[in-house]
Design a protein around this ligand. Structure first.
Ligand code: DQA
Length: 140
């Protein structure tokens, strides 16, 4: 199978921003670990990050027929982007929502995701392992 790991707004700053919340590893090193993790299980992974809501929607729209699943950390868009929610609901490719941190143990505004309802599932609070657990859900 082939997966798309899609990271949204500010996730290019992982490793540099609030390391006590998001960890100290760079996106490049996390992505390489995820690529190896998928390869070890006979799967492929591609990676895309954007700070732009529209670009993330376009990636989701284009994922149908190309990827077997999408792992999405939408960053703060999680909490209010109806555009991303509609994009996810528009395609038949399963999308698993991911967060590095446990959004339900943080500020009030983070305790709501407008995406979960249209996602196949959600994994949160396990740092970079949230991505691994989400990827694994496609082949377990
Ligand atoms: C995040 C949680 C969001 O609330 C935050 O805006 C992020 C990262 C996470 O991975 O824990 O940018 O999605």
């Amino acid at each position: 199978m082939k997966f798309l790991v899609l990271n949204g707004v500010n996730l290019n700053m992982t490793g540099r921003r609030e390391p006590s919340v998001y960890g100290g590893e760079t996106p490049e090193s996390i992505n390489e670990e995820l690529r190896i993790f998928c390869a070890e299980h006979g799967h492929g992974a591609e990676f895309f990050q954007s700070n732009s809501e529209g670009e993330l929607c376009t990636q989701i729209q284009n994922a149908e027929g190309v990827y077997d699943g999408v792992v999405l950390n939408a960053g703060a868009y999680t909490h209010y982007s109806y555009a991303l929610r509609d994009a996810i609901a528009s395609v038949r490719v399963p999308v698993v929502e991911v967060h590095l941190s446990n959004i339900f143990a943080r500020e009030e505004f983070r305790r709501k995701s407008v995406l979960t309802e249209v996602c196949a599932g959600a994994v949160l609070g396990f740092g970079k392992n949230s991505y691994k657990l989400a990827l694994e859900s496609f082949w377990l």
